[in-house]
Design a protein around this ligand. Sequence first.
Ligand code: HEC
Ligand code: HEC
Ligand code: HEC
Ligand code: HEC
Ligand code: HEC
Length: 452
Amino acid sequence: MKKLLTAVCLFLAACATEVRQSAVPADSSLGGRLAYRYESSDMCRGCHAEIYEQYKDSMHARAFSNPLFNAQYFKEVVPRAKRDPKFAAEARKCVYCHAPALFMSYSGMIETPEQAARYETGVTCDFCHTLSGYAENGDYLQNPSGKKQGPLKSTSSHHAEYSGFLQVAEYCGSCHNATNHAGLEVKSTYKEWRESSYGKSGNVCQECHMNKYGYLRDGAAEFNKGKAAHINIGYGDTEQKTHEKLYSHAFPGAHSAAQLEDALQLEFKIGRRNADAQSKFPFVLHVNNSRSGHKMPTGSSDLRLLWLAVTAATDDGTRFPVILHSRRIAGAADYSVAGASSDDATVLGADVPAGSRLYRSVFVDGKGRQTLFQYDSVKNVFDNRLNAAEVRSEMYDVLLPKGFSGQITLTATLNYLAAPSSVTRRQKVADFKPVVISTQQKRITLVPHLTE
Ligand code: HEC
Ligand code: HEC
Ligand code: HEC
Ligand code: HEC
Ligand code: HEC
């Protein structure tokens, strides 16, 4: 089989020419970069019905049509690219990852939803199964030969062939790591993974994200088993194998409550049982990110918010102030506490209660203002996200009335929001709902301080 390795490097004119000058003539119907006409995911459905069912509601299928992307792209990115030719490369890059088969099939810039409707958008079956190699910085290598690349060494199907590339993290890294037009790394999931204990021990993305649940349960990956296709007329053996390991295509992530719930664990660490002379009761809270193979939040970390809220109350409902020990560095803005930075009022609005510990990555625009828009970002000024497998300790004090004794209940809640309403309202799309990832309670009996 003639291999046609086509490196697509958007910002390198030389590479772009290489694609256009490839041996195969351009697709006349769309004037595309490639002659190969990607097959539609609907076509695969006929034989791979189960995989299609998992895929159809995934964010890969909806990567272009999802309301937030769609609004950002058509309402902000395209108009700006028309005004500013320097921004056009950034706009093309959006399509490059969010509708790669469309990008490869259409050499112009997608400016209207009607143009996009001429080809299948999203990250399609055929696009993923013709990826052949990794190039840094959100570039990918395509082998659009018609033979589907797959992991099943056993298959005798003549429409597919074995490829080990689908089983490595770099495969996902092709799109899950990205640099914007300002040269700033705005997505770093692949690199975060590579530097984590999971990356070092070779536990790849597929092992977590494509198992039956989308994450490890008690540290183990459980896979579905069965047939990879239900119809094989003219495509394979007459008797198809039952595979011990089938990879799920649901890819749950930031939009799946099931994926997020229990993704992190909370644990109170209580030392002394008595309030000190100042009537302060100190305690430590452990936030455990051992289930993620990368930082949390990851991916569109410009948008995602993760925060910890802690309360202390008596049985009759009297609440006491809970004070978080600040990690403020003198002279620097404290982005780790909601409400502490001057931009928080507009950026976070009322979504995150003031005083909560926030885990986030903060980007600023050319004017030095905090921004949640990756294409406006020029610099990362803060990043206190939880590392893969990290257990972070947070220190708190409950302020009690002098001489207090009795029982109090501490409640800690870890919350997640895919994007705050400052983003969804600017784009005029429905607000995201916050998800409670984890909640933990601890009852404590306080005895009067002995020296009092
Ligand atoms: C985001 C990329 C991506 C998309 C989209 C995608 N696949 Fe896959 N697919 C993979 C990867 C990666 C594997 C192999 C994982 C491994 O072995 O580690 C795989 C495995 C498979 C297999 C082998 C059997 C199995 O389940 O392990 C088949 C068949 C398959 N995909 C068909 C499809 C079809 C049909 C669609 C669309 C309905 C689709 N894929 C969409 C990446 C993708
Ligand atoms: C007419 C039925 C049919 C259609 C349509 C079809 N496939 Fe398949 N495909 C099969 C059969 C049969 C196998 C072999 C399954 C096995 O070995 O258990 C297979 C295997 C695969 C494999 C695994 C290859 C390997 O060696 O690991 C991939 C990937 C794949 N198909 C992707 C696709 C994609 C993508 C589409 C749509 C563009 C598609 N298929 C359309 C029948 C079909
Ligand atoms: C061709 C590019 C591409 C490849 C390859 C790819 N992805 Fe994605 N992936 C995307 C895009 C684009 C989205 C975002 C869709 C959106 O939210 O608009 C996405 C979304 C996801 C999500 C859902 C996140 C959420 O916000 O809910 C997960 C999980 C995911 N990908 C994991 C993987 C894994 C694991 C692999 C490798 C097996 C992979 N992806 C390969 C482009 C890709
Ligand atoms: C040890 C298991 C594990 C590994 C390995 C892993 N992930 Fe994840 N991933 C998770 C869990 C659990 C979540 C949900 C909690 C979170 O967001 O961290 C998640 C979330 C995500 C999200 C959604 C994040 C968001 O907030 O939008 C994406 C995208 C993603 N992973 C991609 C990847 C990619 C790409 C790789 C490989 C480079 C990878 N993951 C490796 C477990 C894993
Ligand atoms: C290198 C590939 C790549 C490029 C280029 C890219 N994206 Fe993405 N985008 C992704 C991936 C992967 C995700 C999923 C990450 C996650 O789930 O957190 C994503 C997620 C998003 C989301 C979050 C959607 C949601 O509902 O959570 C938005 C919005 C978005 N991208 C907009 C854009 C825009 C606008 C552009 C162009 C200016 C762009 N992206 C360029 C890969 C890319």
